[in-house]
Structures are given as C-alpha cells and as structure tokens.
Design a protein around this ligand. Structure first.
Ligand code: MSP
Length: 656
C-alpha cells in the first residue's frame, strides 16, 4: 500500500513522573501500549506511538531540593541517566516514535499559548482559591485531604486561607462529559464509566484550579508569571503538543489526532473528565478512546517504595529475557482488571506457554524436518486425517485474534494464538510423525504433516510479533519463513510457506527455567535491594537527659590490653576477656559481642573499659566492668565496633 493511502493510528501512554525509578507496573502500561502499536503496524497502518515524561510540579521540586540538585538536573538524571526511563524503554524494546518531556521548549511554549487561548475565550478566569493552608509546608489542602484535621504531610495544624488563582470552567462541560461517558464508547472498558459518573460527575463538577503560586517548578502563565500552570493541565496537553499543536516543532497534528490514550485506572478521572473538557474548550476533536487499564498489585496491595515491594524490570528482564517478560505481562492479566504479580506466576507462564507449548512445537518441528528430510521438505505431499481440523482452526485464527485486539483484549488475543499452538502440538501426537518416518512409502504423508506444522508455527508467530518481536524473528529464521510470508496478509492465508522450505534448527528460544533456583536468586536479590533501600547509617537517639559533670567524672575509663579472649561455653553471644588493666592483677570482663568478633582476632588489642561498675555474674562467670564500643545501624543491620586505642597507650592509663 502506498504510504499516503495508509490508515493512521495514534496511541499514547501516560507520561510518567520522573520522581523515582520506574517499576514493573509502569513497564506493564508501556509494554501493553507498545504491543497495540506494533499490532497496528503489522496490519499496515501508519502508526504514531508516543510516550514521555511529566516533569513539572511540587513533588519533583521537593525531591530535587532533598537531593541537592536543580529540578532540571534531577529529572534529567532519571529520564536520560544510566538505567533511567529512556534506557528502560530501550531495554524493553519499546517502539515509540516520539518521546515528549514536558520541559521541552516547544511544549512549554505551546502550553502557554493553550492557557492564554482558554483565558481569552473566557474558559479560564481569575478567582480565589479557598482552602486549608499549612504554613510551614506552604501547601494548600482540601478538607478531605487533611489527616485528623491537620496537614497530611507534617501533621501540624492548618489555617483557613485564600489565594488568587486561575480556574477552568469545568462545570460548564459537565453535561456534555456525562453524555460522552454514558452514551458513547469513549471510555473503555465500559465498567469504568459508572465510577466516573457516580463519584465525580453526578455529585457536581466544580471549576478546576489550574494555576499555583506556592512553588515555581512549572510553566509560568505568560500574562501573570507568578502563577505556574497546574501540572495536569500542562501534562494532558502533551498528547497534542507532541504532534505540533500550537508549536512548530512537529507538523502532524492534523494527520494523527484524534488518537487513543492508554492510561492506568487511577488517572482515568483526569483523562475522561478534565481532558475532554479541555479539548471541548479548545474546539478540538476528542480522543477516539481513553482506555483505563488495571493495576499490577503485589499480594493484593499497591507496589510502593515504602513497602519495599517494587519489582525491578531490569532484574526480571536480565534473568528471564525481555520477550518472556513482555509476554508474561500481557498473557497473564486481563488488561482491564488488576492482576496479582508474583515471580512464581512469571516462571510458570514462561515454562508452560513458552518453553513447553511454543518452544517445543518449534523445536520438535524443525528437528523432525532436519532428521527426516535433511532440513528441506520435498515437494511431494499427501494430505491425511486431522489436517482439515488443524487447517480450519489456523485459517480462522487471524480473524479471531483481530476481534480481541481491536477491543484491547490483549490477553484474549494471545489466548486465541495459544489455543492454536496447543492444537498443533496435539496434531503431532495424532499424526505420530516418528511412526510415519519408519515407512519410506509414508514419506509424502510425513512431509505434509511437517509442512502443516511449519505453517501453524508461521501463522501463530506472525500474530505473536507485537508481543515478542525478537523471539518471533528468531523463530521465522528457524522455520525458513522470509519477510513476504510473515506479514499480516500472509497470517490470514494458509499454505504460503514455500512447499520445499528449508529449516535451520537453532538453540532453544525459550529455555525452561529452574523455578526453585530462580526463586532463590530473586529472593536473595530482593533482600539485598530491601537492605540497600534502608538508610545507610542510622544512629542511636541522643540522650534527652543531661548528666552533671561530677557524676560523669565518677566513671573510671581505662585503657586495657587483651591478654586472652575466648567464647563462653553454651553461649552464642558472650566472649570472656582476660585483660591487663595495669594493676598487676588480671581483670575479667564478659561482653556479648561474639556476633561481631572472633575472639582470636582481639588478642593483643588495646581497648577501653569502664572499671568501676559493680561486678556482675553472667553464665556463672563474673564480669568486672564493661568494654566500650561504638554502635550504629547500617542498611537495617546492627553494627558494633569496639573502641580500640593506640597500642602506645599503657594498660591502666585513665581516659578523661
Ligand atoms: N504523570 C501522570 C500521568 C500524566 S498523563 C497526562 C502519572 N504518572 S505516574 O508515573 O505516576 O504513572 C503513570 C502510569 O503508570 C499510570 O497511569 C499507570 O498506567 C502506570 N502504573 C503505575 N503503577 C502501576 C501499577 N502498579 N500497575 C499498572 N500500571 C501502573 O500518573
């Protein structure tokens, strides 16, 4: 088809906050959108796939401050730095055509024009923002955001306050938005509509505050620069500024808009109410659809840094391969609902679907073509029992798959393919090629069976391309399928692989995972990551009570030399020290530090002891004093270091 006659298709992910490293939940959304984009490219459409980052706002400003860098430096590092967002999308083989950052100049200028346009048309007006204000935090809160009536951030009391701000006349669009949600297929899946209408529209849509003066990391309102544009107004427009709306950086707004916005369920509200209202205000077409996908959760709960359960896509991709990870995400969870992530599930899916079903089908088929025909099928074939059923099922696969993919039912699309893969494996059992191979007269039948298997693999693999691009290319190479027979058109036709095709059996594309070993490795990594996430050094709290000087002076600290040191029998903690304290008589001190030191290592060291504590018995042994150590916590682990002083200091020297 000529480039100009192609249908266009525009799809976007949300733009991610570069406030932290992204996790598997973010990767899920981007991989799903990537698979949809690749599916439309496979169909021959002219696809524009956009993703990007949402870089303004108070949270980023605060994080940058805490890190001691400028907000721009902070986001640059997370977006373009090592193992940053761009690296992650490269690793996950994301095929986005464009990447927008809301700090890009063209976007900033476009947002300023859009804001002005809405102001000029009267849809943005200056008003007074009334709310609860936390003075130390310089933050406005709504009544419902307060915690026990206090600031949810610092817990201090808030006061009633007002500030001037710009508002968007969202209320004006309430009935049009309601109609859009209830009477069209704009918002998908349909199950999300009720929540929006019931919780947000029917209780009454209020005008939306769209400017802030309490922080500066945002896009200044050109005609009133102490205000910065509300981050959601800035962010939502990315879907059109990235095509050149109100800017000269790009010129394909007319070509691609309207498109489809794929978003997580928690931001459906912004995309199905505020976003269409903004477009209505601008007089621009609305997105074709907003699709609100479900969340990946862990043990039924949200992934969060504080729970230490965020899953690192880098780790999983490295262990299991990018395609296996992409496949797992889209095969296991229905796109519209939440899915419970677990490593066990990931490994099971790889082993069952990829290693067993698909992997075996490919390796058995190519191995048999090599073994029985030296790699090239003969032209002579003989049809037989079971063929019609297999051929009918595979011939109709593309249509069934397409029905699902058009509805964003990626999991069901994959299910259709895997039913065919399972059917093809069953066909091997039914036709028993190894038995046919024993009889020279049955070679034409054997050739037909293997050809049918190769055709099944070809069709299934073509439809798996959007999910596992690299592995599918490897399978095509193994079954000898050239570019002309791996197209969308060819996926709808049976019998297009050359009759005398040559296969090239290669390595197993999806090796089986040793579940136990992999889980142990992941657990160990997880523990190490959890530890690393804890503060490097935590100190004991400082004493609140003071001690008077005279009392302090009563403590008698002395340098002591370790003459002998051994573990106390039947105790896993205690060490028994025999010490030279300069008096000529050995002093015995017991100390519960075996966890930190091997006794032999301490002999000869000069330590510090307090020697005027009353003697104490431990495990039947007397301890006359206490050795001093420094204690702290490192990545959650208790650390202890005995105070060791210069060996030049004689035993018994007083410390004061
Ligand atoms: N910056 C806004 C979006 C602005 S779009 C104009 C934002 N960013 S975000 O980084 O917090 O989240 C972006 C998206 O990441 C979510 O909408 C969702 O698609 C995805 N996910 C984040 N955590 C997720 C899971 N645990 N599971 C699935 N998707 C998740 O919101």
């Amino acid at each position: 088809m000529c480039e100009k006659c192609k249908d266009t298709f525009y799809i976007t992910t949300p733009i991610y906050y570069p406030s932290d490293k992204l996790h598997i939940g973010h990767a899920y959304c981007t991989v799903a959108t990537d698979a949809i984009a690749r599916y439309h490219r496979l169909k021959g459409e002219d696809v524009m796939f956009l993703t990007g980052t949402d870089e303004h706002g108070q949270k980023i400003e605060e994080k940058a401050k805490a890190a001691g860098v400028t907000p721009q430096e902070f986001v640059d590092n997370i977006v373009t730095g090592p193992k940053g967002i761009l690296d992650l999308w490269k690793l996950m083989n994301i095929s986005n055509d464009r990447f927008i950052r809301t700090t890009d100049d063209y976007h900033v200028a476009a947002v300023q024009r859009i804001f002005k346009k809405m102001y000029d048309s009267g849809d943005i007006y200056k008003g007074t923002y009334k709310g609860k204000y936390c003075t130390p935090c310089e933050s406005f809160w709504t009544e419902s955001q307060l915690k026990d009536g206090c600031c949810p951030d610092c817990g201090r009391p808030v006061v009633d306050a007002e500030e001037e701000a710009y508002f968007f006349r969202l209320s004006k669009y309430a009935s049009r938005i309601r109609d859009l949600l209830v009477n069209t297929d704009f918002l998908q899946p349909k199950s999300r509509v009720n929540e929006m209408v019931k919780n947000f529209i029917d209780p009454g849509l209020e005008d939306l505050c769209v400017s802030r003066t309490s922080f500066t990391w945002g896009i200044p309102v050109t005609f009133d620069p102490k205000h910065v544009v509300y981050v959601w107004l800035d962010a939502l427009t990315n879907y059109i500024t990235a095509l050149g709306y109100e800017n000269d950086r790009y010129h394909d707004y007319k070509k691609y808009w309207p498109g489809i916005n794929i978003v997580g369920k928690e931001i459906v509200r912004f995309h199905s109410i505020i976003w269409p209202a903004m477009l209505m205000s601008l007089g621009e077409p609305l997105p074709k659809h907003v699709y609100g996908h479900g969340w990946l959760v862990i043990d039924g709960g949200k992934m969060s840094k504080s729970k230490g359960n965020v899953v690192d896509p880098y780790v999983l991709a490295e262990m299991f391969g990018v395609d296996a990870l992409r496949f797992f995400l889209l095969r296991t969870f229905p796109f519209g609902s939440d899915g419970n992530f677990s490593n066990e599930l990931l490994i099971n899916t790889i082993n069952i679907d990829l290693a067993n079903d698909l992997g075996n089908l490919v390796s058995r088929t190519t191995a048999m073509v090599e073994k029985y025909f030296g790699g090239t099928l003969p032209a002579e074939k003989q049809a037989g029992e079971f063929d019609d059923d297999l051929i009918a099922m595979l011939s109709g696969l593309r249509g069934r798959y397409m029905d699902q993919m058009e509805k964003f039912q990626l999991q069901n699309g994959l299910d259709e393919v895997f039913k065919c893969i399972q059917r093809a494996n069953k066909y091997i059992d039914e036709t028993m090629p190894w038995a046919l191979a024993k009889d020279e007269a049955k070679k034409p039948r054997l050739a037909a069976v293997l050809y049918n298997l190769l055709e099944s693999v070809r069709i299934c693999t073509t439809l798996l391309l959007p999910f596992m691009p690299e592995s599918c290319a490897k399978i095509f190479a193994q079954i000898g399928a050239g570019a002309d027979v791996t197209t969308w058109d060819a996926a709808g036709k049976w019998g297009v692989l050359p009759q005398t095709v040559t296969v090239h059996k290669g390595e197993a594309i999806f090796p089986r995972i040793d579940a136990q070993a992999a889980l142990a490795q992941l657990d160990a990594l997880h523990e190490a990551q959890k530890k690393a996430a804890l503060p490097a050094v935590e100190l004991e709290p400082y004493a609140e009570e003071t001690v008077d000087f005279d009392t302090f002076c009563k403590s008698d600290f002395r340098a002591v030399k370790v003459k002998a040191c051994e573990a106390v029998k039947k105790s896993d903690k205690l060490l028994k020290f025999t010490l030279d304290d300069g008096t000529g008589t050995d002093r015995q001190i017991l100390s519960g530090i075996h966890k930190f030191y091997e006794p032999e290592a301490l002999v000869g060291k000069t330590l510090v002891a307090i020697v005027n504590l009353p003697p104490r018995k431990m495990m039947g042994l007397e301890s006359c004093g206490m050795l001093l150590s420094a204690v702290h916590t490192e990545h959650g682990e208790e650390k202890l270091n005995l105070i060791m002083v210069d060996d030049k200091i004689p035993a018994g020297a007083k410390l004061c």
